[in-house]
Ligand binder design. Structure first.
Ligand SMILES: C[S@@+](CC[C@H](N)C(=O)[O-])C[C@H]1O[C@@H](n2cnc3c(N)ncnc32)[C@H](O)[C@@H]1O
Length: 424
């Protein structure tokens, strides 16, 4: 184990690297104040700087845990439920909207606007401030921070935050109960989410009956794309699209079409792109399509458990689809495409590929991977998969299909898994 002194020296050296880079490239100072950039400045093209940043994140976390000591590490994990509960209150009672972006306001004003007592309002804001979401800047005065103002200004991120605190957080408290009650089941209705919301419907059916939650979920999916590790750019740049020549793409379960739009804008050789999803989803997407893409991108209602209606496409892409479903159901979804593939067609699955511990992932990437694995478990009673498990899904889908390549774009949480028809 590296000593705390060695850790702090490494942190100092890497911090100096980042500061020099920041000054040389005119990047503004990092800050918690309103007006700060929403993300750490892009390090694309500066691999040493990204390496220094990742090392600082890993080393500061290790240093903190060592300095806290083993019991405090456990206490802090357990107190994490309070962090989530407080954020649920902040979102639910619209605390962020109650505070002007410029200048802030008083506790009594916030209390009147959110409809909670003064002591409750203070307790919630002061706990939230521990996570740098809102800040008390005087005895009776509260202002926004970089994180709270980002939530106010960035709709998709606010939707993702809302989905986390209003749907994922209640489901988290039911995981153990669901595992006990539904032992051995891989049915989506046997999830912690179902127990938390007292429903036997799988989440997508439940959302379809609750338009407000559904609209927030769509926004949340767009918000997921704003996470640099989930940037659509990883798909746009992470596959040899140009080598396809004039090509057609079907985005199966493509939601409102944001990934298709990004692909169409970046690659003029993709001449025909089709987004498929539930009817209400594609209608919403079609109504928002940028006019310059009208001739190239179309929208089609399609249930991906039914036979694929678009034959001979060059690419059938499914981003974050199969991880929502059990092995049997994922195989069934993929199987619907095989009969309409031409010899050169590819199916691309954009998914996390789970790695064992100590496999060289950075700790932020590993934490993300472990968290989404549990998210799938609690919301859909499924899990993320290793490469071997993806191969099992493909084999079960159709014996004529094989996994041919796996691309892992740098900085991406996801991999692009390419499936092809076997050559006879
Ligand atoms: C996790 S989201 C992924 C959306 C999008 N591909 C992305 O990259 O963010 C899953 C999508 O599958 C869609 N979906 C769920 N069940 C479906 C079905 N049976 N047929 C078609 N689409 C479905 C949902 O409406 C949602 O848009």
């Amino acid at each position: 184990m590296v000593s705390i002194q060695a850790l702090s020296q490494r942190i100092a050296a890497n911090t100096a690297l980042i500061e020099q880079w920041r000054e040389k490239h005119g990047v503004k100072p990092l800050s918690f104040e309103v007006g700060a950039d929403e993300e750490f400045p892009s390090t694309v093209g500066f691999e040493d700087i990204e390496g220094a940043r990742t090392a600082i994140l890993e080393d500061t976390s290790t240093l903190q845990d060592l300095i806290n000591g083993p019991s405090e590490v456990v206490r802090r994990v357990c107190w994490g439920a309070i962090d989530n509960a407080v954020q649920q209150c902040i979102y639910h009672f619209k605390f962020l909207e109650a505070i002007p972006l410029e200048g802030g306001t008083t506790y009594s004003d916030i209390s009147a606007k959110v409809g909670l007592s003064l002591p409750q309002t203070k307790a919630i804001i002061r706990q939230s401030a521990m996570n740098r979401i809102l800040r008390e800047d005087g005895p009776d005065h509260v202002v926004h921070t970089a994180s709270s103002s980002m939530l106010l200004l960035n709709g998709p991120m606010r939707d993702w935050y809302g989905h986390c605190v209003e749907e994922m957080f209640p489901a988290s408290g039911k995981i153990a109960e669901a595992l006990e009650q539904y032992q051995g089941s891989s049915l989506p209705e046997d999830s912690a989410f179902g127990l938390a919301f007292n429903t036997r419907e799988p989440i997508y059916e439940f959302l379809a009956r609750h338009p407000d939650r559904q609209a927030r979920f769509f926004g949340a999916m767009e918000g997921v794309g704003k996470d640099p590790g989930h940037s659509l750019n990883h798909v746009v740049r992470g596959y040899p699209w140009a080598s396809l020549g004039q090509a057609s793409v079907v985005d199966v379960g493509g939601s409102s079409g944001f990934m298709t739009i990004a692909l169409a804008k970046a690659h003029q050789n993709l001449t025909k792109l089709t987004v498929q999803d539930y009817k209400h989803t594609v209608e919403e997407g079609a109504s928002q399509l940028p006019s310059e893409l009208a001739g190239r991108v179309d929208f089609m209602p399609h249930d991906f458990f039914q036979p694929q209606p678009v034959a001979n496409a060059d690419i059938y892409i499914m981003r974050h689809i199969c991880h929502n479903w059990s092995r049997e159901n994922s195989a069934k979804i993929i199987r619907q495409i095989v009969p309409v593939m031409k010899a050169s067609s590819k199916i691309l699955l954009v998914e996390v590929v789970v790695q064992p511990c100590n496999s060289g992932e950075s700790s932020p990437a590993e934490r993300y991977m472990r968290n989404v694995d549990i998210t799938m478990l609690q919301m859909l009673n499924t899990q993320e998969r290793s490469e071997a498990e993806w191969r099992e899904v493909v084999a079960e889908a159709d014996p004529s299909l094989e996994l041919t390549r796996v691309f892992k774009p740098k900085g991406s949480w996801d991999s692009i898994i390419e499936l092809s028809l076997k050559l006879n």
